[in-house]
Design a binder for this molecule. Sequence first.
Ligand code: PEP
Ligand code: MG
Length: 324
Amino acid sequence: KRALLAVYRDRETVDADGKRYGLYANIGSPAEAEAAAATGAEGVGLFRTEFLFMDRTSVPSETEQMEAYQAVSRTMAGKEVIIRTLDVGGDKAIDYLGMDKEENPFLGHRAIRYCLDRPDLYKVQLRALLRAGAELRNIKIMLPLVTSLEEIRGARALLEQCKSELESEGLPYDKDISLGIMVETPAAALIADLLAQESDFFSIGTNDLTQYVMAVDRGNAKVEKLYTTFHPAVLRSIRNVIQTAKQAGIPVGMCGEAAADPCLIPLLMSWGLDEFSVSASSVLATRARIHHWRSEEAGQVAQEAMSLSTAAGVQGYLKANARD
Ligand code: PEP
Ligand code: MG
């Protein structure tokens, strides 16, 4: 199977009608960027920067962060690199940040909420990103766990502050760096039209979106059965986000696990997803699967799937119609 897939390494990601899609990789380190590039990823759709902050005793310096982001930028020269700012909290604890123990960490002081309350720390990361983007201008900044316009405005204000500081220090930076958001909360999915006015791009985080739409802990085995992207509520959320982004004229990708699910490919294609971001090991299989669909057939499957009323019904139907 691997050998068969190898023929897709140097191909474009197109459906059977020749329509093009972006096929990016999710990474957690500069080394993973190299593996992703080697397997034919067309960019990085999610660089999880928390890994830079883990397994150490203090915050990585601006230079250290800049070097890590620059390494990925260079590995992906000529391709987009979407770097997510620190997504701390929830299931990702970092001891030296001195975060309080919380009753409900997934509903707590995490991700963009924490970062906006710690501008001292957040500005180091934003400055490192701006500076790392100066050379090849292929870095984009992505905010995790957004629920409101104020969060985007807060982050943008800090980004502008960092730009003027770098300007007066005479340090090179990317003046036009894009700022986009992860859509991974029900709040963001429901006000996607409003958020799109102030975001340069969207990326759908189905891991958290599924957890929050279904009110089910993504790490709790006892409620595992309820954690399903095939639930009509999750699928309607995804469809709304993609279609809203299209109407607003901004690019929309998906970087949650669902992007690599063969069952969902026809739905995501027919709704107009621009970019699939998957782990390096899923890049070639996803490219091959996209190749197998004509847009008309994908549209029919999507329509039928969305007419079904239970997660089990949707999943059964899509499994029977998946192409591998
Ligand atoms: C997601 O929530 O879908 C996602 C991609 O981010 P993470 O898994 O890091 O929370
Ligand atoms: Mg997430």
